[in-house]
Design a protein around this ligand. Structure first.
Ligand SMILES: Cc1cc2nc3c(=O)[nH]c(=O)nc-3n(C[C@H](O)[C@H](O)[C@H](O)COP(=O)(O)OP(=O)(O)OC[C@H]3O[C@@H](n4cnc5c(N)ncnc54)[C@H](O)[C@@H]3O)c2cc1C
Length: 357
């Protein structure tokens, strides 16, 4: 894949670096997450996730490599980027100086707080209010909630939806939420909470959508990494496992499944890196390409991982087996940063608009 025309030498060099510096960390969930952020900072990964000119191909190569290795490592990397993305893209010079070096060095953990109990896909239904630099309302499903040092938060004020930075010491963690593939996740309550404006009043939707425009293709890249790991595990298994007097890999129906897995992986990679390349080289918004990359890669990875579980037989559902972990890990990617259904609406809208132009 690295020979594809989407990549330059610096991407091939980064991919080689990434394979040699896979992060490890021990402890409970929060300790592992903090340890992974420290390891990613120490080895230089985070410099690619934070800053004014984000190279989306590098972000995608990073997420693909980390997800193939460990879902939580991918999560730790992605959230440092997404949580600080609004500051990278729209922060004042002073905000960039206060937050970005600390996110890059792993001294501050970042989070991105957009969703609310009654405003997920329908972001415009948000009810968190901002007035006089103070926030009141509830955000939920917030990744890194409980371990973040600061939150970029979106709230409604008279000028429309605006973005803010809120220090963690000011935020009430109302609930930690357990999910099928454990990540730090929380519901946050703001009760007349001091918040610093980020970007102009009323520019919140533009800030959120521009940030997601950079990071949405990277969700597809993470899905691609999970799918590659599922195929890696499966290729080992079907060669070793003997069925009906020969290696399982020689059975035609098994080969049909392997072919579908390989095809899904290549098609996902093409869409993910097409989108990343378009963003890096053309600039501006890549709404259509990013929606296609995210939709296709996450759905294809779900099918690939399901096939991997099936080809492992009972072993595939044993708790802690890599394909069982992948089966849980992939699911949320079809929901967060815009569900599959919302990506379809976006693609249809863009397709119809292009036909009318
Ligand atoms: C693990 C995880 C981490 C997350 N991290 C963050 C985070 O860090 N920050 C953050 O702000 N949010 C985060 N989220 C929230 C996520 O972005 C929302 O869950 C997502 O946007 C969907 O919103 P919802 O859950 O309210 O579902 P809903 O919006 O209620 O949607 C329910 C279902 O209806 C479907 N649907 C919606 N509209 C239509 C339509 N027009 N036609 C047909 N079907 C439709 C959806 O696709 C979905 O299948 C996270 C979620 C998860 C699972």
């Amino acid at each position: 894949m690295l020979e594809w025309p989407f990549f330059e030498d610096r991407h091939r060099e980064f991919a080689a670096f990434a394979r040699e510096h896979l992060p490890e960390a021990d402890g409970d969930l929060d300790e592992r997450c903090r340890g992974l952020v420290r390891a990613l900072a120490r080895d230089g990964w985070l410099q690619h996730a934070v800053g004014e000119s984000l190279d989306v191909r590098t972000l995608c190569l990073a997420r693909e490599t980390l997800a193939r290795h460990d879902g939580l490592a991918d999560f730790a990397f992605a959230m440092q980027g997404l949580g600080s993305g609004p500051i990278s893209l729209f922060g004042s010079e002073d905000q960039r100086a206060r937050y970005l070096p600390a996110v890059r060095s792993g001294d501050k953990i970042a989070a991105f707080a957009l969703s609310e109990p009654d405003a997920g896909s329908d972001v415009a239904a948000m009810t968190t209010r901002a007035s006089g630099g103070r926030l009141t309302g509830t955000k939920t499903w917030i990744s890194n909630g409980g371990i973040a040092d600061f939150y970029t938060v979106f709230a409604r004020e008279d000028a429309g939806i605006s973005a803010f930075v809120v220090e963690a010491s000011e935020v009430e963690i109302a609930e930690r939420i357990d999910v099928i593939a454990p990540h730090p996740l929380a519901r946050l309550v703001f009760d007349d909470t001091p918040a610093e404006p980020l970007g102009p009043p009323g520019a919140g939707m533009k800030i959120a959508l521009s940030t997601l425009d950079v990071f949405r293709s990277t969700v597809g890249a993470a899905a691609l990494g999970f799918a590659r790991r599922a195929l890696d595990e499966t290729l080992v298994r079907v060669r070793e496992r003997r069925l009906f007097g020969g290696p399982m890999a020689e059975l035609p129906l098994v080969q049909a499944k392997l072919a579908e897995m390989a095809l899904g992986i290549d098609a996902s990679a093409l869409l993910v890196y097409r989108s990343a390349w378009a963003k890096d080289t053309r600039g501006g918004r890549v709404t259509r390409e990013a929606a296609m990359a995210k939709l296709y890669a996450t759905e294809a990875a779900q099918r690939t991982i399901d096939a991997a579980v099936q080809l492992h037989g009972a072993l595939g559902v044993v708790s802690g087996h890599p394909v069982e972990e992948l089966y849980r890990e992939i699911r949320a990617l079809r929901i967060y940063e815009g569900t599959s259904e919302i990506q379809k609406l976006v693609i249809a809208g863009q397709t119809m608009a292009a036909a009318e132009a």
